[in-house]
Structure formats: C-alpha cells, structure tokens
Design a binder for this molecule. Sequence first.
Ligand SMILES: C[C@](O)(C(=O)O)[C@H](CC(=O)O)C(=O)O
Length: 304
Amino acid sequence: MALAPFTGAQRLRELLKDPKHLVVLPGVFDGLTARLALAASFEGLYMTGAGTSISTLGWADLGIATLSDMRSNVEMIASLNPSVPVVADADTGYGGPIMVSRTVTQYARAGVAALHIEDQAQEKRCGHLLGKVIVDREIYYSRLRAAVNARNQLKSDMLIIARTDARQSYGFDEAVERLKAAVEIGVDVLFFEALASKEEARKVCQIFGDTPVLLNMVPGGVTPNMTAAEAQEVGFRIMILPGVCIGPIIKSVRGELEHLKQHGTVSEDNGSAGVKEAFNLAGLQECISLDQLAGGKAFDTVGK
Ligand SMILES: C[C@](O)(C(=O)O)[C@H](CC(=O)O)C(=O)O
C-alpha cells in the first residue's frame, strides 16, 4: 500500500539492460498465487491468461476472457507490490486497432510493466494446442502499431511484447518475418510461441541479437523443457512459466477434496498452512501497522 519508489515498468527496463541476465517470471492468476510468488522474491510476475480464464471465469482459455476480466485481475495483482514488474497476457488485444489501443491504455493505468499481443484469430487457444488460426500479417501489424502508438501517446514506460503463433501453421521463417516486422514497428520484446526445438530457440535469439526474446515454458508443451540456466545460455532474456502454480493447485486440492469425500474429514496435511499463515501472507501485519499508525484500535488484539 506504500508508494512505490519506482514502477514495475521502470524496474523491468532496468533488469533488461544486462544482456546476460534472465528474468524468471512465475505464472500467477489471483491474489493468492501472486502473494506466494512475491513472498518467494521473484524479480517479477507473469499474469497468465489461461490461469485468469480458469480461475476467474471457470472456463478454458479459448478467447472467452474479455478486456475487462483481464484488466481487473491484473490491476489487483499489480497493486500488491507496484515496484515488482507484472508482465501480462493481453491475448489478441481484444479487437481491432481501436480496442488494442484501449487495452494498452487500461493495462498501463493498471500498473502493468509489459503486455503481449499475438497474431491468433479471436477464437484463440493455448499456443501449444493444435488447430490455431493465424490472422494475416497486416492485421497483426496493425495490432502492434496500435499498441506502440497508444503506449507512446500515454508517454508510458510499459513495454510492448509481440507474440507470434505463426510457427505451427506457416513455419519457422514466417514467424521470424513477423517478428522482424514487429521490431520495425517499435515493440520492445519478442515472444516466439511454441518453438519446436532448442536449436530453433538458439537461432531466434541469435537473429534478434539486442532485442530481448521471451521464452514461454509450458510443461508438456511443444517447446522442449529448459531450466533457467539453459534458457539463459541459449540467449533468452525473459522466461515465463504460466503453469507453475495452477498444476500443483489442481493436484493438491483435488486430492484433499477426495480425502474429505472418502473420510468425512480433512487430511492431516490440511492444517499445515493455517488461516493465520494465509492472512499473514496476504498482508495482515501491514494492515495492522497501517491502522495503528493512524491511531486505530480495531486490530490491536487480532494476532493475540
Ligand atoms: C502463455 C499463455 O498465453 C497463458 O495464458 O499463460 C498460454 C499458456 C498455456 O496455455 O499454458 C499459451 O498460450 O502458451
């Protein structure tokens, strides 16, 4: 709640100045996962669209989440610690250039450090699934131009990331061409979705040299698994792991629910992170201090 000494966008730009540094961003999608990642002191967070769609709407990532669903979620996440950069999924930009412009403006006002816009059609899906429909180059470029123009007009520090999903339908060279045009348009970071091998990954990082390239590490996806050390050695500058929280949550909560159904009570593990720990994780002490500093007495005994 305190004023941030610098914005997330400024911090991300600082981190990207070191060409040898890899910024690792765990995928978060709600207050709890964001708090856990902040407590683990990552340099930044990635707000996954897939996770947001599943957790806030209860539906798969098929272009169902709207600009306002995504903006309200990222605004909440970015507000928890405004100095920590939040890179956010902005899918297709949610429409033509006018909508892309609105998306960029709303994300910038929400405190987002960087957003990515892709070249999938509105009926989009996870970049590692089959049957993706890709829009023509000109439609994609107009999305990116609208994004860069809106950001510049706002005089915002927010970075624009161009994501291409063209690899699957049109091949490696077409995806590279699209990203080359994206650099000309003025984007800051490149996101080559669903790289098919480590060799391809290395080639992309070499082709784009100074322009930072982002790696999307999806377990069980098309891209071979790489550790942070390997990704850094290949030449990536940012690594997002959209599934790092959602997978374990599904597994452990499902197990716990099955236990309750079978035994009529929670498992021994269930209380391992009690309610107090959960509240502490979610800023309990910070809120008590804030109240007391203002002369409030309401929470004096809350922790006793
Ligand atoms: C990066 C991504 O856009 C996301 O929503 O997090 C997804 C991740 C996923 O579906 O696992 C993607 O399209 O890769």
